[in-house]
Design a protein around this ligand. Structure first.
Ligand code: CP
Ligand code: NVA
Length: 305
């Protein structure tokens, strides 16, 4: 069987995504009922982190254990990965000792090179360009709260970063719309987002216009990991791109608010929004666990029903 990786959101087609969501629903229901489910006994996940993480590490590590397997954490500081061992060599070795690898790193190219030399499936746990596991959880959360996302409008306010790029890919696969508003100079780069002829997104200079009528309003930090040197400049450039109560009021009546977290209240989002009635950020964070368990099951076992 060909190895299946999850390096970008569109590595899974619509049918596969629907299957993963269905499995996530079932796996979550078992978990909530305290029913053990151990389909990945004796399987080992290696997690490689070149950037910080709370949710991604926790959800993959706990998730693998809950499925009966085990997870090993490696980071750049105390492994040979930070000392110049070629990524191709690391992939050969790590994939001979494990069943599945999750990587959080800088350029997408690094994870692509790893996957090309891996004997086992590789999952993108965030790169500079994409964060596919996050959008898997976000869409699952939307469906749980509001039903199918097809035909709905998502407003992305802020930086055209890895999370934004992934929303744009997802819109194409699952057929919904994204309204994007970024400050000048931070626009979506279609090539970097791997978007070819995507007509599911529209760009707005004014964030209020982008939010108008949206079913989901979402944002992320103004400065992503790896871009810290630009922080001061970004604080100035993004000041009008805060999601606040006024912005939520022009959205659809039953609008949801999401944020991948960690969040900065008073910067990209006002406290009244993230802590307000439309926010589903805690469900969104929890769902990382359930969708990634379904994803790991799918990549290792294929369709089991
Ligand atoms: N949202 C997310 O990926 O969080 P962490 O950086 O804590 O993993
Ligand atoms: N865009 C953020 C997401 C963190 C989960 C970053 O890359 O730092």
């Amino acid at each position: 069987m060909a190895i299946k990786h999850f390096l970008q959101f569109n590595d899974l087609n619509r049918e596969e995504l629907e299957y993963v969501f269905e499995r996530a629903r079932w796996i979550k229901s078992q978990f909530k009922a305290y029913k053990p489910y151990w389909p990945l006994q004796d399987r080992t996940l290696v997690m490689i982190f070149e950037k910080a993480s709370t949710r991604t590490r926790l959800s993959f590590e706990a998730g693998m254990q809950q499925l009966g397997g085990s997870a090993i954490y490696l980071n750049t500081r105390d492994s040979q990965l930070g000392r110049g061992e070629p990524v191709e060599d690391a992939a050969q070795v790590i994939s001979r000792m494990s069943d599945l690898v999750m990587i959080r790193t800088f350029e997408q190219e690094i994870i692509e090179r790893f996957a090309a030399n891996s004997r086992v499936p590789v999952i993108n746990g965030l790169t500079n360009e994409y964060h596919p596991c996050q959008i898997l959880a976000d869409i699952f959360t939307y469906i749980e709260h509001r039903g199918p996302i097809q035909g709905k409008t998502v407003a992305w306010i802020g930086d055209s970063n890895n999370v934004c790029n992934t929303w744009l890919q997802a819109a194409e696969v699952l057929d919904f719309n994204v309204h994007v508003s970024t400050p000048p100079g931070y626009e979506v780069e279609p090539e970097r987002a791997n978007l070819y002829g995507n007509d599911n997104f529209e760009v707005f200079a004014d964030p209020m216009e982008a939010a108008k009528g949206a079913h989901l309003v979402t944002t992320d930090v103004w400065t992503s990991m790896g871009f810290e040197a630009e922080n001061e400049e970004r604080m100035i450039d993004f000041v009008d791109w805060q999601v606040d109560g006024d912005m939520m009021r022009v959205a659809a009546k039953d609008v949801l608010f999401m944020h991948c977290l960690p969040a900065h209240r008073g910067e990209e989002v006002a406290a009244e929004v993230i802590d307000g009635p439309h926010s589903v950020v805690w469900d969104e964070a929890e769902n990382r666990l359930h969708v990634q368990k379904a994803l790991m099951e799918y990549l290792l076992l294929g369709r089991i029903k």
